[in-house]
Design a protein around this ligand. Structure first.
Ligand SMILES: [Zn+2]
Length: 123
C-alpha cells in the first residue's frame, strides 16, 4: 500500500500544514505537491466549504482585452478573476460582485462571478 507510487516519480516528502481557517494540521502529500505546487492555505474540509460559500467583492480592475483582473474582497485580500468565470454581467472597475473562491493552479480564483451593481467608482 505504501509502495503504490512508482519510484521513478521521486515524490517530495509529505508536509504538515496548518489550516488558515480552522487551525487544524493537515497533510499535504508529496503526490498533491506534484499535482499542484501552490501550497494550500486550507485543509480539504475548509477548502470544500469555502468553495461553496458565496462572497461579496468589488472589482479592483479588469482588462477586457486580456480577459482577466482582480476583485477586492471584504477582508481586503484580492482574488484573481478570468472572463470565462463571469456568470452574469460585465466586469468594470468598482462594480459590486458576488462569487465563490476556488484554489486554482495560480492560487485563489473567483468563479461564478455575478455583477450585482455596475455603478462605477471611476471610469
Ligand atoms: Zn480547515
Amino acid at each position: 500500500m505504501s509502495e503504490a507510487a512508482s519510484p521513478a516519480l521521486n515524490l517530495p516528502p509529505d508536509r504538515f500544514l496548518s489550516c488558515a481557517h480552522c487551525g487544524i494540521t493537515f497533510v499535504w502529500t508529496g503526490w498533491e505537491q506534484v499535482q499542484d505546487d501552490h501550497e494550500p492555505e486550507h485543509c480539504p474540509g475548509c477548502r470544500h466549504l469555502l468553495a461553496m460559500t458565496r462572497r461579496w467583492g468589488v472589482v479592483k480592475w479588469f482588462d477586457p482585452r486580456r480577459g482577466f483582473g482582480f476583485i477586492t474582497m471584504a477582508d481586503g485580500s484580492e482574488v484573481y478573476v478570468r472572463r470565462r468565470d463571469v456568470a452574469r454581467g460585465k466586469l468594470r472597475r468598482g462594480a459590486l460582485v458576488r462569487f465563490r473562491v476556488v484554489e486554482g493552479r495560480m492560487g485563489p480564483r473567483a468563479v461564478g462571478v455575478r455583477v450585482q451593481s455596475s455603478r462605477r467608482a471611476r471610469v
